[in-house]
Write a protein that binds this ligand. Structure first.
Ligand code: SF4
Ligand code: SF4
Length: 460
């Protein structure tokens, strides 16, 4: 066993010594949705409501809710909170992969705080070290896989056209907005009371949306950081990079001031694009592919910051993925520290990549080979082994067989969704995806076949 493996095992043992269900993420990591007044630690359990009553007395209830404290107590007592099922399933399965409980607890924002956390009374408040926040759901895009809860454009779409027929709750709002005005939202008000208390020990602060560059609070964070130091902080923003040039320029100007003053440790830009040109633009209504790529270059040229491109691989990614990879490769050749992070889309299930017929497996293999032939050990100006590995995992997931009844239902639903989505946004799926003519015919057949069966059952 190497020294590194021994050390890692020692640290894992020290976490399990506190208790076999102890997880530092329950104390130190939080995702807060200020629009709907909910939070969760970590991001796997279901979100729970932050009671306004708790917040009135204590702004740290944005993270330290009584509900979460009960879960922490269970962990300290060696009981498994049921909301952490995601990890218990991994820990109870065969194989020796570590669960996220251990992976997260060993992370740099968590492990150094282990002793302090383990010795705190269970009902104490604690300042998190990793915070993700959604201030506002204002968004200029209406991506096919997104929902009204996080995009104002989708909210408008549903108001105008109503729910999707035969796809009962697709894209619908699941929680009520607390307030239309983000400056008057009591959760946002509490956040600004709490922020100065936690910023000093914060390792990562990540702003999500909606589109964060459309939120006044994102600029308020930058204003705060211009005046105040947080030298250990990594600030991150998830943006679609398709807002106006003046907004991008304003953001860069303000961020530059923070970075020039060395008030934070670093900035990371997260953005998302999942396919090539018109195919990416079809599935993400409002996206401008070229604008997104140019804005990545703008951030690189003006600030030199790390850029992480999230690619949620769905059925729309496949036909021209090699061309997309080529665009990313060209960016990598020009700039270092551009990372492509590929994961597969699970929801909605009718946009999953594994809906394809076998004839597309070769297209996929070609893309994988394209990426695999442009690799350097540590990435640098090529793809890294890690990036290729993530794509390989997606590939294996796609080519694994799915039950034919599930496949038929998902294909039928793809047809149902796409015909309505196209109508709402005056698009044409087959113009953007001519490669899928045959596949869509199959989807249509599945739709009528299932409909007939369903109608039949109704009339029995
Ligand atoms: S135990 Fe797992 S699911 Fe629960 S907080 Fe930790 S990492 Fe998240
Ligand atoms: S840009 Fe993000 S928040 Fe906006 S619709 Fe797309 S996925 Fe949703």
């Amino acid at each position: 066993m190497s020294e590194t493996t021994k050390n890692r095992q020692k640290r894992i043992d020290s976490i399990n010594d506190v208790s076999p269900s102890f997880c530092l993420a329950k104390w130190l990591q939080v995702t807060i949705d200020l629009v709907h007044g909910t939070n969760h630690s970590c991001h796997h359990p279901k979100r729970h409501v932050i009671p306004l009553k708790e917040l009135e007395q204590n702004p740290s209830a944005l993270h330290n809710t009584n509900f979460k404290k009960e879960k922490r107590k269970e962990m300290l007592d060696g009981k498994r909170p049921s909301e952490c099922e995601y990890c218990w399933q991994i820990e109870d399965s065969e194989g020796d992969e570590n669960s996220d409980r251990l992976i997260k607890s060993l992370d740099h924002w968590a492990y150094p705080h282990k002793e302090k956390v383990a010795n705190l009374p269970w009902d104490s408040d604690i300042a998190p070290t990793y915070v993700e926040v959604m201030f506002d759901k204002g968004c200029n895009l209406a991506c096919g896989y997104c929902i009204a809860d996080v995009s104002s454009r989708i909210e408008q779409e549903i108001k105008k056209f109503g729910p999707y027929k035969e796809l009962i709750d697709h894209r619908l709002q699941r929680n009520e907005k607390v307030s239309d005005d983000e400056t008057k939202n009591p959760y946002v008000v509490a956040f600004w009371k709490w922020f100065p208390e936690i910023i000093e020990n914060l390792n990562t602060f990540r702003i999500t949306g909606g589109e964060p560059l459309m939120s006044v609070n994102t600029f308020k964070v930058l204003d705060y950081l211009k005046e105040n130091k947080a030298e250990n902080l990594t600030l991150a923003v998830n943006t679609n990079l398709c807002v106006t040039d003046s907004v991008i320029d304003k953001f860069i100007k303000n961020l530059k001031e923070v970075l020039d003053k060395k008030h934070i440790k670093k900035f990371e830009l997260f953005t998302s694009v999942d396919a090539y040109k018109e195919q990416a633009e079809h599935i993400r209504e409002g996206l401008n592919y070229q604008q997104l790529l140019s804005n990545i270059e703008k951030f690189k040229n003006e600030l030199g910051v790390d850029v992480i491109i999230n690619c949620t691989f769905g059925i729309y990614s496949i036909p021209k993925f090699d061309l997309f990879l080529d665009d990313i490769y060209k960016l990598k050749q020009k700039y270092s520290r551009i990372i492509l992070d590929i994961s597969y889309l699970n929801h909605p299930r009718y946009l999953r990549a594994n809906l394809i017929t076998e004839e597309f497996h070769e297209t996929l293999r070609n893309s994988l080979e394209f990426m695999g032939s442009r690799v350097a050990d540590f990435g640098g100006n090529s793809f890294s082994q890690y990036e290729v590995e993530k794509f390989r995992r997606v590939y294996h997931w796609i080519v694994t067989r799915v039950s034919s009844s599930e496949q038929a239902q998902n294909r039928a639903d793809l047809y149902t969704f796409m015909t309505q989505f196209d109508k709402r946004y005056k698009k044409d799926f087959l113009t953007a995806f001519p490669e899928y003519k045959k596949l869509m015919l199959q989807c249509e057949k599945s739709y009528y076949f299932i409909k007939k069966l369903t109608v039949g059952e109704d009339y029995v």
